[in-house]
Design a protein around this ligand. Structure first.
Ligand code: URA
Ligand code: SF4
Length: 254
């Protein structure tokens, strides 16, 4: 699938681009042609999730940043480096982690003075339009723990009223995984004022350590039990039923 022309019309949902009998490689290829929302016109390319299909932890960020947009890979910039340090310090093997984003194109505006591309927060319509890709990734990977980085990811999976500030680091059982843990976005840690920076990083790492503890506790049997209860209803997207049926076999995974 190739990148659509900028003049093409958005369809309103990524569901229109989900292949039949999806696998991760098929999804990644199909996502290149997505025009579920207007953002395909703005970003250089679709930045699909990355990591082993056998991962027990799935990290969901907001959207690709400037460097990710150019590289076509998630979390390769400064936020990704902090994430790597946090997983390292929590003793979680990066080979056990799949990283992706709630929105798969970079949304930005040109700063008039510096001429740099400035990140813009995706809106509810864009998050909803992109949701089918995330649902498919979850259905195929079936992570034991999902880590939501920042409000956009938390809202995408835990609902619009979820407050990261009130519930950071607290594992929540959900239809997506036996445990979903939300924390702040690493870019917020990196942007903290100098006198708060070290504390912000320590708190972020403490949350990722909690993920490690949940991971130890969550057995494979528990995960199977929960995955059968998945309803894919949080956003009432029009994701095809294949999202749930593909979750019942591991054979179609990468
Ligand atoms: N921030 C995100 O939320 N995702 C990325 O992939 C990079 C930075
Ligand atoms: Fe498709 Fe998501 Fe990109 Fe919108 S942001 S065009 S829904 S991949």
């Amino acid at each position: 699938m190739t990148k659509p022309k900028r003049t093409a019309k958005p369809t309103g949902s990524a569901a229109d681009f989900i292949p039949t009998r999806p696998t991760l490689p098929k999804l990644r290829a199909a996502s290149k042609g997505c025009r579920g929302c207007d953002l395909f016109k703005l970003g250089t390319q679709t930045v699909f999730g990355e990591g082993p299909a056998s991962a027990h932890v799935m990290v969901v960020g907001e959207q690709p940043g400037d460097q990710e947009d150019k590289a076509g890979r998630p979390f390769v910039g400064p936020s990704g480096k902090l994430l790597d340090r946090a997983f390292d310090s929590a003793g979680i093997d990066r080979d056990d982690v799949y990283v992706t984003n709630a929105v798969k194109h970079f949304k930005w505006a040109r700063d008039a003075r510096t001429k740099r591309r400035i990140h813009k927060t995706p809106n509810v319509g864009e998050i909803r339009a992109c949701h089918p890709w995330l649902e498919q990734e979850i259905a195929l990977i079936r992570p034991r723990v999902i880590v939501c980085l920042g409000a956009t990811a938390a809202k995408a999976l835990l609902g619009r009223d979820f407050s990261v500030m009130k519930k950071r680091g607290v594992p929540v059982e959900s239809e997506w995984a036996p445990a979903v843990v939300a924390t702040v976005h690493p870019s917020a840690v990196l942007r903290a004022p100098p006198d708060q920076r070290a504390l912000a990083e320590r708190m972020f790492i403490a949350d990722i350590r909690k993920v490690a503890r949940v991971l130890e506790k969550t057995s494979t049997a528990e995960r199977r039990g929960t995955s059968q209860r998945r309803k894919f209803s949080a956003w009432e997207t029009s994701a095809p039923p294949s999202a749930t049926s593909s979750a019942s076999t591991r054979s179609s995974r990468e």
